[in-house]
Design a protein around this ligand. Sequence first.
Ligand SMILES: [Zn+2]
Ligand SMILES: [Zn+2]
Length: 380
Amino acid sequence: MPEAQAPTPRRTNWTNLLFFTLTPLASLVLVPLHIRMNGFSWGLLAFFLACFALSNLSITCGYHRYFAHRSYEVHPFVRWLYIIIGSGAFQGSALAWATDHRRHHREVDTDADPYSINKGFWYAHLGWILLHEDPKHSHLRCPDLEKDRWILWQHKHYPWIATFVGFLLPGLAAWAIGLGFWAGVIFGGALRIVASNHSTFLINSACHYFGRRPYTDSNTARDSFIMAILTFGEGYHNFHHMFQADYRNGVRWYHWDPTKWWIRSLSLVGLASKLKRVSKEDILKAKLQMEEKFLIAKGASSEYVAALKLKVVEAQARARHLREEAKRLKAQMRTSLQGSAAVAKITQLKADYRKATEDFQTAYAAWLAYQRAFQHARIR
Ligand SMILES: [Zn+2]
Ligand SMILES: [Zn+2]
């Protein structure tokens, strides 16, 4: 039998090593020096925060939820802005970023995952970027993105575009509003790049390390409110790995997810469309599955838990069926079915739907009450 070949060790990427060492060092020296020489101003802080938000949103809304996941459609001008502003984040071209990210989802936690948490926290955070890619993964595999000429243009000229957008543009913008060119380069360039990069890198490291797993335990991704704050909403990472096509990561309206709010706002003004959402039923099904596992592990009777769960699922399915039936009939009424009989049927369906919703709420309340008895340990 032929001997298994040892994997070729990956070479250090000196350009990246230098960049990710020099930008924090430069920030550490130049930020206090600039403040000492020119003083602090709220305008400068606001400028930094604006650059930080723009840079991060172009990655989370653009690179991540649009280019990597295609979780919504966007106006060509916004797509172009994502490419241009995203370049300044110094996280590589959208094509390379999306290729790595799609592989991360496909191969999560395995050896082929480009930033597998199983290779260590620091490897997932930054270490993987400091090494050249394994040649066996170096060919590009995003045929849908490779059709876009702006994506190809950005990929081809990436270092120049990134330098212009990442350093020169903030310098020129700060100069134009009276803060000074170097203030722009230091605060809107170097410091913003460091903050922006580590905010994104936390998704690959901390979001696979800290928090809860309410939807799936088939991978290491976790949900954490603190991480959501630090990552512009990407911290609901367990939900995201379970339902990657959904444009939301924080699925409840109150979940901190500025990325989702930005996409929703774009859609309200007609600049985004076809926002993909997973159904409430599918989300609840995944959650119940995890909670069932937890209850059984805590010693609950599996038959009792299964029966309780079935009641919730069936009640929800009935409510959904009635809601869709009422919708269908209403649409039909507009075209053909008319008269008092149809109106009476719709009224009856609505009443049945209200009753089914109440049944669902009762069943779900019973499920939650049963869970409270086991609350001394949380799902991890
Ligand atoms: Zn992940
Ligand atoms: Zn993703």
